[in-house]
Design a protein around this ligand. Structure first.
Ligand code: ZN
Length: 432
């Protein structure tokens, strides 16, 4: 599969870090960002690259040449006039005969590309967006998906958004089928020429190519906890350098074993109110966002595992539960904390109640104290369970954790042979 790297951006906000080099050539630990990206692709078998260049193009071309020095083959598409970030794609449409990766050289990433591409193939859409939760969803654009992860709405940070929304942010990495480029009515011949208003006609990828696919069922989100960060400002650049030196960037690649903190929901994250089915009853416990933020910063995945028999009992629908989880993510996001996954068991074993959903009244493998939810998350995210924790306020959490092979922490009182006992999630994060 071909990979196209968009390296034509100007990088005006980062000129205080390095004013004479194009953004993709800015060094992190002595190596240009773009070189790190190329190595990451090469090591996973992506060796056929096209780099689109404009601003200070020669610096990039002179350094990478035909790519042979780096074990890859590189072609360049040089923009003489700025075409917008998707103009080049339309201009080289003939060369694009099969799905390709489209990556942004302005961000630093280290991800499992084959897993990403595999997901795209499984979904069978025209476009797959790499999406992730971040620590500032309130001032980021967010994507709203249906229950098949197809994009329904693409909200920019300026757009009005629902009160509660999932923390799902576009990271600027894509798998694209060339047919997606043919769906707009842009006149390719005119791109790069002067329009009627005297301005050069450009093409914007997000606005003109991708956003129109919302609601078509042909564009999907690939949710991943891997490291992708924009380094467009001096502050963000600083953060990326620190993360690199700590080994965090590579560690989060899902090719590598992950460590996780599995979090029970009711009584651990939010106030225990019995069977919670009314969204107004959902309230975070004090100190929880700060604690989850620390879990995020320490390089653990934060994954909720929760029994929600309210679904089987007919007290809440999947949609209502989703809305409650959106509220949880929104409230956490406002304090800079995020979850990497939410796994719930909708089942309940005892039949014969009014209003219940009969097909969910079963003995399943996922209801804690069974370890099914944890084991599924471990498969999905390549988690080393022996390096991971479960924390919860009940015996079921401890037993599920033990059955899965995790270290265990109980909030509150009781002896279920847990490894640790604490008073709150906040107490727990101090000791990991
Ligand atoms: Zn279950």
């Amino acid at each position: 599969m071909k990979a196209i790297i968009m390296a034509g951006g100007k990088g005006t906000r980062i000129t205080s870090v390095a004013s004479d080099v194009p953004k993709p050539m800015i060094q992190i630990e002595g190596k240009p960002v773009l070189e790190r990206e190329i190595e990451c692709l090469r090591d996973q078998g992506f060796r056929d690259l096209i780099i689109t260049v404009s601003h200070l193009a020669d610096t990039i071309i002179n350094y990478f040449g035909d790519g042979s020095r780096f074990g890859v083959h590189i072609e360049y598409f040089k923009e003489e006039t700025p075409l917008g970030n998707a103009g080049a794609l339309l201009k080289m449409r003939d060369k694009l005969t099969s799905p390709f990766l489209l990556l942004n050289a302005d961000s630093i990433f280290d991800i499992n590309f084959n897993r990403f591409v595999g997901y795209h193939q499984k979904k069978g859409g025209l476009v797959t967006l790499f999406t992730h939760p971040n620590s500032h969803p309130y001032d980021s654009g967010v994507l709203i998906v249906d229950n098949n992860n197809a994009v329904e709405q693409w909200l920019t940070k300026e757009d009005e958004r629902p009160q509660w929304y999932a923390n799902r942010v576009n990271a600027g990495l894509h798998v694209i089928n060339p047919a997606a480029l043919d769906m707009s009515d842009i006149d390719v011949e005119m791109v790069g020429t002067e329009g009627a208003d005297g301005k050069i006609i450009k093409v914007d990828l997000d606005r003109q190519i991708l956003k129109p696919l919302c609601g078509s069922g042909k564009m999907f989100c690939y949710d991943s906890p891997e490291y992708v960060k924009d380094m467009g400002t001096p502050d963000r650049y600083e953060t990326v350098c620190t993360d690199y030196s700590k080994g965090l960037v590579e560690a989060k690649n899902l090719n590598n074993k992950q460590k996780a903190v599995f979090l029970d929901r009711d009584g651990t994250i939010n106030k225990h109110v019995g069977f919670l089915s009314n969204i107004d009853d959902f309230e975070l416990l004090p100190g929880v966002p700060e604690a989850i933020r620390e879990i995020n910063e320490k390089g653990f995945l934060a994954i909720v595992v929760t029994n929600q028999p309210v679904i089987a009992r007919g007290e809440a629908t999947y949609k209502q539960l989703q809305e409650i989880h959106n509220k949880m993510e929104t409230l956490l996001g406002l304090k800079g904390a995020y979850l990497d996954g939410i796994y719930f068991c909708p089942h309940h074993p005892h039949k014969g109640y009014e209003g219940e959903v009969p097909e969910l009244k079963i003995e399943c493998d996922c209801r804690k104290p069974k370890p099914g939810l944890i084991l599924k998350a471990a498969r999905d995210f390549n988690i080393d369970l022996s390096q991971s924790w479960i924390i919860g306020d009940g015996e079921n959490d401890i037993r599920a954790g033990k059955a899965a092979g995790c270290k265990t922490t109980l909030i509150g009182v009781g002896n279920y042979e847990q490894d640790k006992t604490v008073e709150s999630l906040e107490d727990f994060v101090k000791c990991i």
